[in-house]
Ligand binder design. Structure first.
Ligand SMILES: [Zn+2]
Length: 248
């Protein structure tokens, strides 16, 4: 096969992954053999989990499409509602279950606080993260591009911000979660659902002042941790309101 050149045009916020390149600047790749469009796109630094639509010479294609001759490739980010290529979209708009990489503990905590089902183990190696992701059908949240580029990743997201609250807002927007927020229904420590319990059932485990000032309690159905609207509650509530306000 004689060498050929493909030209890639990355649209929207995919520019984030292209380092110092400017919006509208095309990238050329010289290829000596037939290559999948996924591999060529990822060689530019953009994980496939960020891509909702690929056009090769204006025709929509999937990630496995082979490139064997000169082509113009347009790459669009997710989410991309209202496109005329609705049937050719490569990402789910909404996804409700996540696995979070060990470096994003605060994001995992925030999402659990909002009621979302989040797998998180600070010490889990990458291989285990991917296994859990596949087995439990979770979307992968990580700032490790190479991990997102792994072929078993179906749904995933690379938080742009390094700030956990901003990351939380990004994830809510990306996966259309605003209407599903249900705060204080899930354990921050172990991810199991919380259940309301009568004060009498937990009173022996409470500190003296907690016994006096609080009436409503929830207990984790997994680890048994008891939750109440304690001193940190209003702070969290305020943060949640800020997150909601940013997302709408
Ligand atoms: Zn728990």
């Amino acid at each position: 096969m004689s060498p050929f050149t493909v030209r890639l045009n990355f649209h929207g916020d995919l520019i984030f992954f292209l380092g110092s390149r400017k919006p509208g600047q095309k990238i050329e790749r010289n290829l000596g053999e037939k290559s999948s469009v996924k591999d060529v796109i990822e060689s530019c630094g953009v994980p496939h989990s960020e891509i909702d639509l690929i056009l090769v010479d204006r025709q929509p294609v999937g990630f496995g499409e082979g490139l064997g001759k000169e082509a113009q490739i347009d790459v669009y980010p997710a989410p991309r509602p209202g496109t005329k290529f609705e049937k050719n979209r490569l990402q789910a708009t909404r996804y409700e279950r996540f696995i979070v990489d060990g470096h994003l503990g605060k994001l995992a905590r925030n999402l659990r606080l909002l009621g979302f089902d989040v797998g998180y183990d600070r010490h889990a190696p990458d291989r285990e993260l991917l296994q859990i992701m596949v087995r439990e059908k979770r979307a992968l949240l990580t700032r490790d591009r190479r991990l997102l580029m792994h072929s078993v990743v179906r749904h995933g997201y690379f938080p742009r911000s390094q700030n956990a609250d901003e990351q939380t807002i990004e994830v809510i927007r990306r996966f259309d979660l605003l209407g599903l927020i249900d705060p204080f229904t899930r354990c921050i420590r172990c991810n199991a659902p919380l259940k309301k319990v009568a004060k009498g059932d937990v009173i022996e485990k409470l500190e003296p002042l907690t016994k006096i000032y609080y009436e409503e309690f929830r207990r984790c159905t997994g680890c048994g941790q008891i939750y109440w609207a304690g001193s940190h509650f209003s702070k969290l509530q305020k943060r949640l309101e800020q997150i909601r306000a940013h997302c709408s």
